[in-house]
Design a protein around this ligand. Structure first.
Ligand code: CU
Length: 234
């Protein structure tokens, strides 16, 4: 059966699985940075150049056309009552590939597991700077998968002690109304029931910003246009 012609009841069953709530519409938008930026230099790489290269672009603020910000986290701070992750939450992986974490930011449900991978032909390390979740500090040879389960809501910084420039974040989320912006700065939070919400955005150098948004039966769109840096960029 073609999905577009599926009976309404069937589509609604899909909504339940995906969003954890009955019905709702997309809350979409973009995150941009259109403020001043200092001259940014390449990040020099002094070890393991045969895999890691000689230098790399700074990745603490990744900008696309028109100031599009990648890897901003956007979420509903006051989620609808009964918001919960579906029983079959999506599998989350974070690779170390070319001596960077891919993706730089990942969202995992509370109680969920991130499979940390190493695709590089060298030794990496996983070092969490977590406070609410147990911290971990593990060496990671090539090809070894290290599954880590996160049990408390937290924004966890992950580093590799062997390569000082390597950094990533795991967002341990209590409900599914979270999104991470793509290369076009776009986010999409699916199946949001109509209502008024406080939408929050966090980014490592742009800080933590919130705004009110009203979601109707057709959904809503929201823009975060940031003009000042909250932390120095590389
Ligand atoms: Cu490393």
């Amino acid at each position: 059966m073609h999905l577009q012609r599926a009976p309404k009841a069937l589509l609604c069953a899909a909504c339940l699985v995906l969003g954890g709530t009955a019905g709702g519409a997309d809350l979409t938008g973009t995150v941009t940075y259109t403020g001043p930026l200092p001259q940014r230099a390449k990040v020099p790489i002094t070890i393991d150049q045969y895999i890691c290269g000689k230098d790399k672009d700074p990745d603490d603020l990744v900008l696309g056309p028109k100031g599009a910000v990648q890897y901003a986290v956007v979420w509903i701070d006051n989620p609808p009552a009964g918001a919960r992750w579906p029983a079959e939450a999506p599998k989350v992986e974070m690779d170390q590939n070319g001596c960077v974490f891919v993706p730089r930011v990942a969202v995992v449900p509370v109680g969920g597991t991130v499979d940390f991978l190493n695709s590089d032909r060298l030794l990496h390390n996983l070092h969490s700077l977590s406070k609410d979740n147990p911290s971990f500090n593990r060496t990671q040879p090539r090809g070894r998968t290290i599954p880590i389960t996160f049990t408390k809501p937290e924004l966890v910084t992950i580093t590799c002690d062997l390569h000082s420039w390597m950094k990533s974040w795991v967002v341990v989320a209590e409900h599914p109304y979270y999104a991470v912006t793509d290369a076009a700065g776009a986010f999409r939070i699916a199946a949001v029931p109509p209502g008024k919400y406080r939408l929050r955005m966090w980014h490592e150098v742009l800080g933590d910003v919130s705004r009110e948004v009203e979601v109707g039966p057709q959904g809503a769109a929201a823009t975060f246009d940031i003009k000042t840096l909250k932390a120095p960029v590389q």
